[in-house]
Design a protein around this ligand. Structure first.
Ligand SMILES: [Zn+2]
Length: 324
């Protein structure tokens, strides 16, 4: 049966794209694990409530093939991961549970990311509803609920086609994207800006302000650390000031956004106190940056966020704002 989102929001030329895949729901962990299929289920339900006239197309892309994942990840790692789903319920880190169908979900999620990368090259903005998320994953390491680094996969698509172009990844998940840093900390062509909670207090315990990139990549990374006690308004002011300063110094050609919603005040991880309004204001700034530097185009990737009601209402609100 055709997915109801495809019927409600069929393909429209050049409309904002949302890439999702029903197989992303197959990845299931222990009961009460914060990273659960209900996260994505709720987002899809919320999207069905978007006004029919919203200029958006929903699309189910092909899952990523093994060869496409090899662009970033190690063959042995992928083999181990594919085999592990039949043998164990945990992979490499206690955070990374597996079930019999996890690899299909991982490939489907990466397929959404690849589609977003292609879309960026075609000049069409998009949101990839990637689950499992990706910003903690490294070449041969799964951690922090992540297996494949989705945003980096999309970045590689862009770089293959446009060598020399500068990609900016902005990450507002409450946790530092140590996987993104792993791939690009020596690479001056990939700019990385992350605003996150104090790594002294929370996972992944790195991403301090003095980590600005290594060797040729020095100065092309920006880590903004925010104390867990700050108000949403203080967070927003800090985000606006520091991101603008960074973008003024390092002008990007392509904008990719690692969008995590675990800094929301209703998030069960309880790290920060943002409301919907703070996220939507942050998105306004990202749209301005896209307009000024990237022909108004951007690609978005779902990272964390564990409150089911928050995800159900905020992701559709964000999509509505992005689908201009
Ligand atoms: Zn997070």
């Amino acid at each position: 049966m055709r997915h109801p989102l495809l019927n409600r929001f069929p393909d429209r030329e050049n409309a904002f794209k949302v890439f999702f895949h029903p197989d992303c729901l197959l990845h299931e962990g222990p009961a009460a694990h914060p990273e659960q299929p209900e996260r994505l289920k709720a987002i899809l339900e919320g999207c069905l409530l978007l006004p029919k006239r919203t200029p958006v197309s929903f699309d189910i892309p092909q899952p990523a093939g093994f060869d496409q994942l090899l662009v970033l990840h190690d063959q042995q790692y992928l083999n181990r991961l594919e085999e592990a789903q039949h043998k164990t319920t945990v992979f490499m880190s206690p955070d990374n549970y597996l079930c019999q169908d996890s690899f299909a979900a991982i490939q489907a999620s990466a397929g959404c990311a690849l589609a977003s990368g292609e879309s960026l090259l075609e000049g069409v903005s998009s949101f990839a509803l990637t689950r499992p998320a990706g910003h903690h994953a490294m070449r041969s390491t799964a951690e922090g609920f992540c297996f494949i680094n989705n945003v980096a996969l999309a970045t590689e698509i862009v770089r293959c086609s446009r060598p020399g172009a500068k990609c900016l990844i902005v990450d507002f998940d409450a946790h530092y994207g140590n996987g993104i840093d792993y791939f690009y900390n020596r690479d001056p062509q990939v700019l990385y800006y992350s605003i996150h909670a104090d790594p002294d207090q929370i996972y992944p315990h790195c991403g301090f302000p003095d980590e600005t990139g290594r060797d040729k990549g020095r100065g092309t990374k920006c880590n903004v650390v925010v104390n867990t006690g700050v108000t949403g308004t203080q967070w927003l002011k800090t985000f606006q000031k520091t991101l603008l300063e960074f973008v003024t110094k390092n002008t990007p050609d392509f904008l990719l956004v690692s969008a995590g919603f675990d800094a929301h005040k209703e998030d069960p991880l309880g790290l920060m106190s943002l409301t919907d309004r703070h996220f939507l204001n942050a998105i306004n700034l990202l749209l301005e940056i896209a307009d000024e530097h990237c022909d108004g185009i951007s690609a978005w990737f779902l990272e964390g966020g564990y409150s089911i009601p928050v995800l159900k209402r905020i992701v559709p609100k964000v999509i509505k704002k992005l689908a201009r």
